[in-house]
Design a protein around this ligand. Sequence first.
Ligand SMILES: *Cc1c(COP(=O)(O)O)cnc(C)c1O
Length: 364
Amino acid sequence: MKFLDYALPYVCGIQPYVPGKPVTQLVRELGLQAETIVKLASNENPLGMSPQARQAVVVALGGVARYPDQHALTAALAAHHGVSAEQIVLGNGSNDVLDLVARVFLAQGRSAVMSEYAFAVYPLVTQATGAECLVAPAYQFGHDPVALKAALRADTRVLWIANPNNPTGTFLPQAVLRGLLAAVPEEVVVVLDEAYTEYLSPAERMDSIAWIAEFPNLVVTRTFSKIYGLAGLRVGYAVARTGVAALMQRVRQPFNVGNLGLVAALAALDDHLFIAESYTLNHRGMEEIVAGLKRLGLEHIPSHGNFVTFAVADAPRVNQHLLAQGVIVRPLDGYGMPRHLRVTIGRDTENRRFLEALEKALHS
Ligand SMILES: *Cc1c(COP(=O)(O)O)cnc(C)c1O
């Protein structure tokens, strides 16, 4: 297979993404019953999908022989955010729009800046273009605006920011973020990935999309995978200046979001009851899990998302004991955090199962 030698060296150098362990895999590996397994590994909505979205999907099943039409969702998102439809770019999940930004602005000989412990997809999409990843040291596991600014080079074309960040749950408040935007030269596209923004408390929320009028190099990304409960349907989007969005459209696959994803997202966007319920459940669960971690004497990183990351003396061993009890959390060695585990906030019963299993794992 001599031809493999001709694969692009920067592609060969990519560390593959490791997803949360699927329930089906644990069933195969340990012979556990699928119904008894608690999966708190991928920051999915424990309530499932919005009932309105489910209804819309059932109706749309009749039309799947036709290619999808993005018009209705694009128009609804534009109205929702008070921007023009030309400023919206839909993605097969927001990971897809991150990739579109990379393909428009990055290549060999260019670089992108990101924080230590930032979302794993940033190095993936950066390296896939041949560009170099410049990692700025974190401050207390979070993005450090001073370090990020200092890491920018003359060839830097993209700055990736997750706010709140995954897997640390750390958060930069509005004033800090705006200060960073003002300090970054316009030649650097700033991607503000707000996958967890709907979980912020009202006092923490910010209208970052309105800042695009002020900062032409700002691209804001959002997703339907988290609070909207549609991770498996793959819908996300970017909001940007028209000129930026038009370039992203050129490298986008025409039918990158399927019919079912489009109608589900459209319906979920207006399901305020479901979003409010999901938010309330998350805040209650976060309090319960944080209290439980403290009771067990474990340190955690204060989180602004729907998950929390905590430290244990022997993370691989604790993880194995949790798996044996049918509880799936996320090990973070891939993030350079081998002593930490990340748990997604679940339903009340799931959170209790997790805490009981964790206590047993620590004492076994
Ligand atoms: C989960 C997550 C996303 C969403 O990815 P999708 O492709 O939309 O499912 C984006 N950014 C961060 C930081 C995330 O944790």
